[in-house]
Design a protein around this ligand. Structure first.
Ligand SMILES: [Fe+2]
Length: 268
């Protein structure tokens, strides 16, 4: 590292994901009040550090209505006024997100964060269509003097749960191969799996992050919720393109999962 590089501060980015806000404030998902759990996540995280940016990697809403996105934006901006990038997940409907989904890139010193839209309205599965892939390729070429952090909703790889893996990004392997060959992508963060995922494809670090509400049990064959607490991820981006990361949970959050709501809650 050169002297000037050593003087560059490490950037701090907070990732939250899979917020699943209901239409009514205080509504619950499997018995968990998702307004309260995301509030607890943001309160704990932002009391510990003020990040340079916040990434929200989809499933902002469980019931997609414009007022839900407005409520989420107030929850976030009451606590953090810096740059934020918000992506759509499979429970979101882009046209109902208003200006929230318009931002596609976020610039930080030496880095650019690119949104990669893997969702299709009203479909659970992930894919990056030809137009999105072309736009990603253009952005990667345009920002080749920067380190790139990619943010998306669906995992681009299998996470070890067949019931989730069927909905991973269908062309994830092709995307990762292109990125590893032709871009300065250093890491890709995603949600959807509601659990910690830490993997890599060649030199690209692949990171999945716990939900701000309920968690899915790793290594399971069919839908399974576990009792892990709401969580979030810190990303530390250095001037040389290095990425270090940690996941934290709200350990004292009073989580009580009510599986009797399962049939009515997770029908889509
Ligand atoms: Fe989700």
């Amino acid at each position: 590292m050169t002297d000037s590089a050593a003087e560059q501060p490490v950037l701090t980015v907070l990732q939250i994901t899979d917020v699943h806000l209901r239409r009514q404030p205080g509504g619950s998902l499997l018995g968990v009040d998702t307004d309260a759990s995301v509030s607890a996540v943001l309160d704990q995280a932002l009391a510990r550090q003020v990040p340079d940016a916040v990434l929200v990697t989809g499933d902002v809403a469980h019931d997609s209505h414009p007022e839900v996105y407005q409520r989420f934006w107030k929850l976030l901006t009451d606590r953090f006024q810096g740059p934020a990038l918000v992506l759509a997940g499979n429970h979101d409907v882009t046209r109902r997100m208003g200006s929230l989904a318009e931002r596609r890139e976020l610039h930080l010193p030496g880095w650019v964060v690119l949104a990669m839209d893997s969702h299709e309205d009203d479909q659970p599965g992930g894919s990056v269509d030809a137009a999105e892939f072309a736009s990603l390729q253009n952005a990667c070429k345009k920002f080749r003097d920067c380190h790139v952090l990619l943010a998306t909703h669906h995992p681009p790889i299998e996470v070890g749960c067949p019931w989730l893996d069927k909905d991973r990004i269908t062309n994830g392997a092709e995307l990762l191969e292109w990125l590893s060959e032709h871009s300065t992508a250093r890491a890709m963060v995603f949600g959807h799996a509601h659990q910690v995922v830490e993997s890599s494809y060649r030199d690209i670090i692949l990171l999945g992050t716990p939900s701000t509400c309920i968690q899915f049990a790793p290594g399971t064959q069919s839908f399974s919720v576990d009792d892990q607490k709401p969580g979030y991820r810190w990303l530390y981006l250095d001037h040389e393109g290095g990425v270090t990361t940690s996941v934290e949970r709200v350990d004292d959050y009073p989580l009580t999962v009510d599986m009797s709501q399962f049939q009515q809650e997770l029908t889509n």
